[in-house]
Design a protein around this ligand. Structure first.
Ligand SMILES: NC(=O)c1ccc[n+]([C@@H]2O[C@H](COP(=O)([O-])OP(=O)(O)OC[C@H]3O[C@@H](n4cnc5c(N)ncnc54)[C@H](O)[C@@H]3O)[C@@H](O)[C@H]2O)c1
Length: 256
């Protein structure tokens, strides 16, 4: 990290959903290193021990157990963040699931609804709770976790692909609704990232993550830290004129 990036987020409060996952905890670590106070939200069933280990020593996040698909939990995690940290400057709306791999003909409707519930309704309710606070504050940066699955299609992933396209749409609406108040809303679109989610998808496709890397123009997977750095950029004033933008980090997958 360049010296100019050190502590650039001093005094800011960053609320992160799915903070116990690969990308969430890496982002928590990068934002904390740049000075932000971390409010970490994850499902009650999630193991947050890796999050604590990833953070710089001495950094104590505010931990909140919440299910992003439960409206009362969403209201509670935002109210708790405001009560305990006083404000929310950065919101990484990141919790998500991949769902099953199956052709549309075989994709269980129950699973389709579940993927949309977490990845779309969860993101929507997070926006619904956080955006008015930031508008009232007159500042804030929201980063929604989409994917290259929000820009292109792929077989056997109808739920995930539909959900991540919906996140792109929600981002554009929220960006317009917050713009006049000085609130920015952008989305990140990671490609194949070294992570539990990618390994599991690869296994279910009868492949492995290293084989997927061969299909990437850059001939490698991305790292959670590379996603975290992009989120930190969108969170910071370096991106002050970016609003409603889709930031793709995919080693060139979607440009070929
Ligand atoms: N890993 C990748 O290659 C990749 C690529 C593109 C986009 N993404 C997106 O990035 C985000 C993070 O992915 P990741 O790789 O860190 O996955 P992950 O599975 O490691 O982390 C996701 C986190 O979300 C949490 N979560 C799931 N359902 C929840 C719920 N109902 N309530 C609260 N928390 C819940 C999980 O407990 C987990 O900690 C996701 O939205 C994912 O779709 C990931």
């Amino acid at each position: 990290m360049g010296a100019d990036k050190e502590r650039e987020l001093d005094g800011k409060v960053a609320l992160i959903t799915g903070a116990g996952g690969c990308i969430g905890r890496s982002t928590a670590a990068v934002l904390a290193r740049r000075g932000a106070r971390i409010v970490a939200v994850d499902h009650p069933a999630a193991d947050l021990s890796a999050l604590s280990a990833a953070l710089p020593s001495g950094v104590k996040p505010i931990l909140i157990e919440a299910d992003v698909t439960a409206e009362e939990d969403v209201r509670r995690y935002v109210a708790s963040a405001l009560a305990e940290a006083g404000r929310i400057d950065i919101f990484f709306n990141n919790a998500g699931i991949e769902g099953p791999q199956a052709a549309i003909a075989d994709y269980p409707v129950r699973d389709f609804r579940r993927v949309l519930d977490v990845n779309v309704v969860g993101v929507f309710m997070g926006l619904q709770a956080v955006l008015p606070e930031m508008v009232r504050q007159g500042s804030g940066s929201i980063i929604n976790a989409s994917s290259i699955a929000g820009m292109i299609g792929a077989t056997n992933m109808a739920g995930y692909i539909a959900s991540k396209h919906a996140v792109l749409g929600l981002t554009r609406v929220a960006a317009l609704e917050g713009a006049a108040a000085g609130v920015r809303v952008n989305s990140v679109h990671p490609g194949f990232i070294e992570s539990r989610m990618l390994s599991d998808i690869a296994v279910r496709l009868g492949s492995e993550a290293s084989a997927l890397a061969e299909t990437v123009p850059a001939r490698r997977l991305g790292t959670p830290e590379e996603v975290a750095n992009a989120v930190a950029f969108l969170a910071s004033d370096d991106s002050s004129y970016m609003n409603g933008a889709s930031l793709v980090l995919d080693g060139g997958v979607t440009v070929g």
